[in-house]
Design a protein around this ligand. Sequence first.
Ligand code: F3S
Length: 396
Amino acid sequence: MYLTREQERMMEGEKGVAVRKSMELLVALGEVFEAERLIPVESAHISGVSYKNLGDAGTEWLEEHASMGARCKVRATLNPAGMDMEKWREMNVTPEFAEGQRRVIDAFTSMGVEPTCTCTPYLIGHVPRRGTQVAWAESNAVCFSNSVIGSRTNRESGPTTLASAVTGLTALYGYRLDENRKPGKIVKIETDLETRMDYSAVGYITGKLLGRTVPYYKSMGKPDLESMKTLGAACATSGGIALWHGEGVTPEAEEAARHLDGLETVAIERKDIEEARESLVCDPDNPTYCIGCPHCSLREMAETAELVKGKDMDGRLWVFTSRGVYQKAVRAGHVKVIEAARGRVYRDTCMVVAPLHEMGWEGVATNSFKGCHYSVAHGFDTKLATLPDLVEGAAK
Ligand code: F3S
């Protein structure tokens, strides 16, 4: 792989050990994928933050990296942690876990990473310009970047996003190149998509049908931002999709439409949506009712507040969002309304990366196919329902 003289000096350690190690990782990856060269990235979004997944070994690796002088060269935001950094006691998280999680966040912040702790950086002002190269991890954010914003990223990992944040570089391959952004199959939606959960189901079915192939959706209606975020989250989970095009919806759809000749078409009908839902649910006895996978937008907070008014959630409805949206929801009065109805609102974490078994959860009800998929994988009995039905189910 071609390296500039400055990049060679970075490889030789002229800018410190952390930069050298980061370069070694990026160059090794580039060589595996036969990248010609490294290119600059505008920003990074880093995953691998929950102490539940990192444990002591991962935490020590981060601390060591920070002590070697790793510092962000470009803007870098952080994925969800394993707990609300302030209200963790209320969540039933142990002090030992909280201490581990704090060490992780401290290590990241000492490297200059913004402790945003959200999987929806695009809802809190981290919105790259169309066509720019970024290094984002977290599959829903990757899908949103590539498909809805039009900024380019591969499905990065925690270590590679940190390496890109520290060097400002990434290897040029995959979805960064025009030729890999062309659609590989047409997905024709032959039913009206009435709820956001319908869009989530379409994403889930698409991932199952297409694997990693880029879909071009026809007849997908006019999804709102929340529908697009849940669709992307689901297709990245059941398959490995990192980019989708939607006719009349996404920024690169017009260009993508020039490459549809000869592509196979698959159809999604109402019965497929029902079958996908049934494949994941088994009616738990005592579920925790969750929304916010991916993290709630301000509009979802407002809708939830409206729905819970005059009802008693009895502590059974959990709402997950980012700090940025939480602050706005506090100012708008939504958090107060949800809490007055004995619903819970948490920041920084989510219904998958928190230590749910240790917190005493018995089952999960959600409107997110991604959230449901991981809940099943983590051994929970699960239920899928729309937001209004979740609120009804949680009500005492
Ligand atoms: Fe986000 Fe957690 Fe879902 S990271 S997309 S809320 S699994």
